[in-house]
Write a protein that binds this ligand. Structure first.
Ligand SMILES: *Cc1c(COP(=O)(O)O)cnc(C)c1O
Length: 353
């Protein structure tokens, strides 16, 4: 604490990310990183870019990347906004779209950065309870709001809803922005991108951190109606002219266009998820059906926090949230086949005593 802080700084509750341990021989299944690494074409592009003139500022509009993403999703460049990780895109979204006096709606169990942005930008929030199966039910979102946001698939549950449900929500909520955070969409969900041309209040946010295994490059983007994108751009241009480095722009362009690497790695994760689900079920775990690169699991006879610390002793890190309704769950990232195998045998030892 310091008397030099502005009053709002005293009020903040900063987000606490999952541990990034400094030791290497750990099986790290706690922050939903992709174990297969980025496209080799992205790495080459990054290398080439470091040989180019880093003396110069990067392109303030990230035009090459905006065009690559627009082409990939068959949108116009004016329907694409890029930022320094989707966390930054989310921050600008909260500031640009959600400050209208009525509460912003999001699930009671969801990405825990949302309430953090609400405090930072002085946005009132109202949480909407997930149903008893820990699923989002869009019918629960029919109440006065300044906006609606949730991840699809949701985090940390991994449960996804269909585009039809999102369309129903958009139809009943035409007076405020509906933001779908699709950080995990490439692992089996259906993107709402196809609704953009018909719903001017829809914003879809995605990231290269998970499905393209580029968490360290920090690139995220938003897709939506031109007017929504223009609002985000106004906020961005009032905050930082060059949020993406030249290196990030080049690497991200190459990653977006390398469809082969993308398909190969995401399919491996999807099949590893199916196998891990079967194996953990056999050990007595209950698992929420996942469309993401992680599983949200609970065991009727074993305390979740205790399981997490026993795994930590065996050099495996998973994510535990000490929060109401989910304090008996673990969120486990899908690793390589070998990592999953090690995890299953560790859990087998723990569960069978
Ligand atoms: C990982 C994650 C993000 C942030 O991704 P970055 O692009 O790395 O900032 C956003 N939303 C959800 C739901 C996530 O899980």
């Amino acid at each position: 604490m310091s008397k030099f802080w502005s009053p709002i700084v005293h009020q903040l509750t900063p987000y606490v990310p999952g541990e990034q341990p400094k030791i290497n021989d750990l099986i790290k299944l706690n922050t939903n990183e992709n174990p297969y690494g980025p496209s080799p074409k992205a790495l080459t592009a990054i290398e080439i870019e470091t040989g180019n003139s880093l003396r110069l500022y990067s392109d303030p509009t990230s035009e090459r990347l905006v065009r690559s993403i627009a082409q990939y999703y068959q949108l116009k460049p004016k329907q694409v906004f890029v930022g320094n990780g989707s966390d930054e895109v989310l921050a600008h979204t909260f500031q640009a779209l959600f400050q209208h006096g009525k509460p912003l709606l999001f699930p009671d169990i969801t990405y825990s950065f949302y309430p953090v942005y609400c405090k930072l930008y002085n946005i009132t929030a109202e949480t909407v309870r997930l149903n008893k199966n820990l699923e989002i039910d869009v019918n629960d979102y029919q109440r006065p709001n300044s906006g609606i946001i949730f991840p699809n698939p949701n985090a940390p549950t991994g449960h996804g809803i269909g585009v039809d449900a999102i369309e129903a929500l958009l139809k009943k909520n035409t007076d405020s922005a509906v933001v779908i955070d699709e950080a995990y969409i490439d692992f089996g969900g259906t993107s709402a991108v196809t609704l953009i041309d018909r719903y001017p209040n829809l914003l879809v946010i995605q990231t290269l951190s998970k499905s393209r295994s580029l968490a360290g490059l920090r690139v995220g983007f938003a897709l939506g109606n031109e007017a929504l994108i223009a609002g985000l751009t106004r906020v961005k241009d009032s905050f930082n002219s060059y949020p993406l480095s030249s290196i990030a722009i080049s690497g991200a362009c190459a990653a977006i266009t390398d469809k082969a690497h993308f398909e190969y790695t995401r399919k491996r994760i999807i099949s590893a998820r199916a196998l891990l689900t079967t194996q953990l079920n056999a050990l007595g775990f209950n698992i929420i059906p996942s469309q993401a690169n992680f599983l949200f699991v609970t065991h009727p006879e074993h305390d979740a926090a205790d399981l997490a610390s026993q795994l930590r002793v065996k050099n495996i890190i998973v994510r535990y949230f000490n929060k109401p309704r989910i304090d008996q769950y673990l969120r486990i990232t899908i690793g390589t086949d070998d990592e999953c195998k090690t995890l299953v045998s560790a859990l087998k030892n723990i569960v069978n005593g």
